[in-house]
Design a protein around this ligand. Structure first.
Ligand code: ZN
Length: 148
């Protein structure tokens, strides 16, 4: 097994973070690495810290959406502007998250799953941010590890 590249390493961490999401419909994880490739933060999508969802909250897939704090936003709450070089997210950042990652000075963004409703590719192109898909991961959907 060859050594994991930095983007795939970050994506594997993002995948593990996504396993903590409480959203039954979409689990998104993200990881941030600094300019020395040190892990600064991991995060996942969910409700505001400390908030307990009332019974029935998760029943309506549509109405829950506006309350969900996206993984990338939670991630950005854990570092300061200019501290992070690379972010990996299991889903391509939505337009709002992409704008936020720009504001935080992130230079490289990797995603596993495409998200066609996002303007992230256009935003990345304008601001000169690397935005690439990373899909060949050693961590499998089942939670097991492959590649041995
Ligand atoms: Zn988002």
């Amino acid at each position: 097994m060859s050594r994991l590249s930095i983007p795939r390493y970050a994506m594997a961490l993002a995948h593990v973070a996504s396993l903590r999401s409480e959203d039954p419909y979409r689990q998104v994880g993200a990881a941030a690495l600094d300019f020395d490739n040190r892990v600064i933060a991991t995060a996942y999508n969910g409700l505001a810290p400390g908030f307990e969802a009332p019974p029935g909250f998760w029943d309506d897939r549509e109405s829950r959406q506006k309350f969900m704090l996206h993984a990338e936003i939670n991630l950005c709450s854990l570092f300061r502007r200019g501290e992070v070089k690379l972010v990996a997210s299991t889903t391509m950042p939505c337009t709002a998250c992409m704008q936020t990652l720009c504001a935080y000075g992130v230079k490289e963004i990797y995603y596993r799953d495409a998200y066609h409703a996002s303007d992230a590719p256009e935003i990345a192109a304008l601001y000169g941010i690397r935005l690439e898909q990373v899909s060949d991961l050693p961590v499998m959907e089942s939670g097991g590890m492959a590649g041995e």
